[in-house]
Design a protein around this ligand. Structure first.
Ligand code: NI
Length: 136
């Protein structure tokens, strides 16, 4: 961990009270830690604005495995980009539904393309792409 530097912020009371409420609701007990996490989150989003940036991501999807050829299609999509897909975890939610978490590494453009292709496959009930950084 790099050395900590102290800084001061000027912020209006009402906004700070809202922030403290937000923090408390998420389990933060330390304002500095909450601010650091928000800064990191903003920096990760900024990093992703460069299509060539080397980044990481997790894509979570839910789908019905009984839907015709869907599981096979999803496997094919992942094989087509096997260099970017580090691993995936499959959970059988109930008799019909599956949850899959796919961990990826590559350029921002590549990971968005893969996530879009998987999420837009007919039968996938939405996906959530979590943007991550290798260094922030
Ligand atoms: Ni399953």
């Amino acid at each position: 961990m790099s050395q900590l530097t102290r800084t001061a912020l000027a912020i209006d009371r009402e906004l700070l009270e809202k922030f403290d409420g937000w923090m408390a609701g998420r389990g933060y007990t330390n304002r500095s830690e909450a601010v650091r996490d928000l800064i990191r989150s903003a920096l990760v989003e900024a990093e992703w604005e460069d299509p060539a940036a080397e980044v990481m991501a997790t894509l979570s999807i839910v789908y019905d495995h009984e839907r015709h050829e869907l599981a096979q299609q999803l496997t094919q999509l992942q094989h087509a980009d096997h260099h970017a897909i580090l691993c995936s975890q499959h959970v059988h939610i109930d008799d019909h539904n599956c949850l899959e978490a796919i961990i990826m590494q590559g350029t921002a453009a590549q990971l968005r393309r893969i996530a879009d292709a998987i999420t837009s496959t007919r039968g996938v009930r939405g996906g959530k792409l979590t943007l991550l950084s290798r260094s922030i």
